[in-house]
Design a protein around this ligand. Structure first.
Ligand SMILES: Nc1ncnc2c1ncn2[C@@H]1O[C@H](COP(=O)(O)OP(=O)(O)O)[C@@H](O)[C@H]1O
Ligand SMILES: [Mg+2]
Length: 335
């Protein structure tokens, strides 16, 4: 029996999403193979041991975790997907599923993801990096120097529609699609509520597609899936509250484009030094079929109907087998 800790909830805006992911994970783990220990983190960073449906707060967290063979942080966003909890596991030699400190923190921060992706030669949308300072905003240029903010300057670099996003976020929280200067200004202010680093990006008109990556050194890509959002973009509501949002697997793209995206997904995973798993998201532009990488999620949504497991299910790897493999990749990071 492998003593497996499932850690879920978390301090981020995605606490509820994590609870859904963890429920699927727990329901689908082979109970003959794993002795499951559940840990819930609430939004105030308090830890609880969960037995049946009873929660008991714990304080000697490291001691509890050290009794296990491996932990699976089924946590999305801040405090779970950003390298911080991974750093804690590293410090105390606790084996864990998924990406390490660097990959997690780079993948979580959209501005720094862009820097690495650019270095790797991955094609991405033009953007402007804005930073919130005490009482105003500045633009941070390619050399990381401050420039005065000027919405005209943003408009001269990027075409509408634009997307404004907090650099550290997830589940589309704080993301706004804008079509004019007034909306741009408001969206920057809104994004600043979530992070002082803000990304203004040129919107891509076309298909939104996702590819799952699994493994360590010899990581492989799944097929490619397509998001058909029920709104003008894949907002929080479109993701979780609108059943009209659909996912189509495989994406309605040519073999060549699917192959190209699969290669790019592995390349992106390697570029951030990914381990275990990631879901890499792209846009394919209407008319030109040009592929733009959007982001990498090092702990993607993991419910039974989430894109990540569904993409592997489509190529013959069941949800339960996927969990087995992820746990093995976590135990043996050299594999
Ligand atoms: N440059 C873009 N062009 C078109 N749509 C975009 C762009 N950036 C974001 N979006 C839309 O906004 C959604 C959320 O943005 P994303 O960068 O994926 O942030 P999150 O980390 O919150 O998922 C995307 O799923 C997509 O629908
Ligand atoms: Mg996304």
């Amino acid at each position: 029996m492998i003593k497996l800790g499932i850690i879920y909830g978390g301090i981020s805006t995605e606490n509820e999403v994590s609870q859904m992911s963890a429920k699927s994970v727990i329901d689908n783990l082979d109970k003959e193979k794993y002795e499951i220990h559940k840990f819930y983190i609430d939004k105030d960073a308090k830890w609880y041991r969960v037995e049946e449906d009873k929660k008991e707060e714990i304080h000697k967290i490291i001691e509890e975790l050290k009794k296990l063979d491996i932990v699976f942080p089924v946590l999305h966003g801040k405090g779970g997907e950003d390298g911080t909890i991974q750093g804690m596991f590293e410090m105390f030699n606790i084996p864990y599923v998924g990406c390490g400190v660097l990959a997690s923190s780079v993948g979580m921060d959209k501005v720094y993801t862009k820097v690495i992706f650019e270095k790797a030669g991955l094609n991405q949308t033009p953007y402007v990096y804005v930073k919130a300072e005490e009482s105003n905003f500045v633009i941070i240029n390619e050399k990381f120097e401050k420039e005065e903010i000027d919405l005209n300057k943003i408009e001269s670099k990027l075409k509408y529609p634009m997307f404004v996003k907090p650099s550290n976020s997830g589940s589309s929280v704080g993301v706004t699609r804008v079509t004019n200067k007034e909306e741009l200004k408001n969206a920057i202010q809104k994004a600043a509520k979530y992070d002082d680093k803000i990304l203004v990006e040129q919107g891509i008109i076309g298909k939104e597609v996702e590819c799952a990556v699994l493994g360590n050194e010899n990581a492989v890509a799944s097929t490619v899936g397509e998001i058909q959002a029920a709104e003008s973009f894949y907002s929080y509501d479109a993701k979780y509250n609108m059943p009209e949002s659909r996912t189509v697997i495989p994406a309605s793209l040519s073999e060549e484009i699917i192959e190209e995206i699969r290669k790019l997904a592995v390349k992106a995973f390697k570029s951030i030094d990914g381990k275990g798993l990631s879901r890499v998201d792209f846009f394919v532009e209407e008319g030109t079929n040009k592929i733009y990488i959007n982001e990498i999620n090092t702990m993607p949504g993991f419910t039974k109907i989430s894109m990540y497991p569904k993409l592997f299910e489509a190529v013959g790897i069941s949800y339960a087998e996927l969990l087995d493999r992820l746990i093995q990749y976590g135990i043996n990071k050299e594999a």
